[in-house]
Design a protein around this ligand. Structure first.
Ligand code: CTP
Ligand code: CA
Length: 218
């Protein structure tokens, strides 16, 4: 735990956080997913709780224990996550979209296990709904924080997402930087908002969670 924390600056506030990957089913035994561990989103949910907020955490399938005194809503697919994140959107003050949502989902889910009866195969995918875009387009009083995971042109791509999705803060991380990204305990991030870009040095996901929330609250 950090010295001097937590300042209870979120007392009386409601915070909604998404975390982890989604899983998109192909058939009864298979799915498409990604390497998200959920650690950054869980750290944000716990930091918000420690700062006095009432917290709901919408979580994809992860191997993390349920945080104490946080309402956890378990979801599997991007469509489930959309429903959970939009259901009571108007009742939240701060919304943080830290989940790694699948961009595409199989056009059909086979009823039966797919057999290996051809030498090659192909699947058709359709785009999922962009949850952060929807939240940005339907914002009333909420402060909205998105994430961007980039492998090239990080600042340029991330600022485009910040603008397009009507975010108040966007957390950019480069997947190619050592000590950042999926399944590690530290991250190297740049905070993007109206005031400009702030590059933070490598820190634990716990410490960064406080920095992200403090910046979003300002
Ligand atoms: N996001 C979302 N719903 C989706 C896809 C992404 O809410 N269907 C959110 C992520 O949770 C993240 C932000 O959008 O907060 C940016 O995600 P990212 O994958 O970096 O960007 P995309 O907009 O999906 O674009 P691309 O993957 O093509 O870079
Ligand atoms: Ca994406």
């Amino acid at each position: 735990e950090m010295v001097g924390y937590p300042k209870k600056i979120l007392t009386g506030k409601r915070v909604l956080v998404s975390a982890g990957p989604t899983r998109e089913a192909l058939d009864p035994v298979r799915f498409i997913s990604n390497h998200s561990s959920g650690k950054m989103g869980y750290a944000i949910a716990k930091a918000a709780r420690n700062m006095g907020a009432s917290v709901t955490l919408v979580s994809g399938p992860v191997h993390l224990s349920k945080p104490y005194r946080v309402d956890v809503v378990d979801v599997v697919s991007a469509a489930d996550m959309f429903d959970a994140m939009t259901k009571e959107y108007d009742t939240y003050d701060y919304v943080i979209m830290a989940a790694a949502v699948a961009d595409y989902t199989p056009k059909v889910i086979a009823d039966q296990k797919i057999k290996k009866d051809t030498e090659t195969t192909a699947f058709e995918f359709v785009k999922t709904k962009d949850i952060l875009q929807y939240l940005g387009d339907h914002k009333s009083h909420q402060k909205l924080c998105g994430f961007a995971m980039e492998s090239e042109n990080m600042l340029e791509n991330a600022r485009k997402k910040f603008e397009k999705k009507h975010c108040d803060l966007l957390v950019a991380n480069n997947i190619r930087t050592p000590g950042a990204g999926f399944d590690v305990d530290t991250n190297i991030i740049t905070l993007i908002n109206r005031d400009g870009n702030t590059e933070l040095s490598q820190a634990s996901k716990e410490e960064l969670a406080y920095r992200i929330l403090e910046t979003l609250c300002k």
